[in-house]
Design a protein around this ligand. Structure first.
Ligand SMILES: [Zn+2]
Length: 218
């Protein structure tokens, strides 16, 4: 019901800030002036999460309550229009990375979950971000099994085991000698991203870098 309610509200009311839900002008691109000022933007080393095999993950925002509340509406209550604003924030963070990329892809959810939710939250952000950065955005990975939500696992070891072997390369995906940027919504321990980066490396990618909208503390 809540999902439907948000959908109807979005149809009836003009654009709102994705963080505080205050009505704003369309040119504000989804963020009001106040939220834009107090957004927990990360900079320097604080935005980096070290993944396995020396791979770095760059995040734009700290996953504090302001970001979390907004993100939960996006992920579970159908606020799909937020993807546009999130893409802008993610692209902002990626522009600071001193590397070039040939391809941008994302950490996909399973087909079953996508059918149930109606969209893949990381895919929508990846699409918007690739357009903003002028990068070739492509589906490269698919999730081959259902896994328990990482938030329900007890520790780092269980997180790792839970998602081991859960992603595979799509048929015909060519990553050989490509510099790939993998995006996702949130990074916590980095187990999920590490697992996806491993698949790409094993398939012959020249380099793999990760980027997320937000970074949560463990
Ligand atoms: Zn706001």
């Amino acid at each position: 019901m809540k999902k439907l309610l948000y959908f109807i509200l979005d149809l009836i009311y003009p654009p709102k800030c994705v963080f505080c839900r205050k009505i704003i002008d369309a040119e504000c691109k989804g963020i009001c002036t106040e939220c834009n000022k107090r957004l927990p933007r990360l900079c320097g080393n604080s935005r980096i999460t070290r993944l396995e095999d020396g791979i770095s993950c760059f995040s734009s925002l700290r996953y504090d309550s302001m970001v979390r509340d907004s993100f939960l509406r996006y992920k579970f209550y159908g606020a799909v229009s937020y993807a546009e604003t999130y893409s802008m924030l993610l692209a902002e963070g990626i522009r600071d990375i001193e590397s070039d990329f040939d391809l941008l892809t994302w950490v996909p959810i399973s087909r079953k979950r996508k059918r149930r939710r109606g969209y893949d939250q990381a895919e929508l952000i990846a699409e918007g971000t690739s357009v903003l950065l002028g990068l070739d955005g492509k589906r490269i990975l698919y999730k081959n099994k259902e896994t328990k939500a990482q938030s329900l696992t007890r520790d780092r070891k269980e997180r790792k085991t839970n998602i081991k072997g859960a992603w595979s390369l799509c048929d015909g995906a060519d990553v050989k000698d490509k510099r790939i940027l993998v995006v996702d919504d949130i990074v916590t321990t980095g187990s999920t991203l590490s697992e996806c980066c491993k698949v790409l490396k094993e398939a012959g990618a020249l380099s793999v870098t990760a980027a997320t909208l937000a970074k949560a503390a463990e």
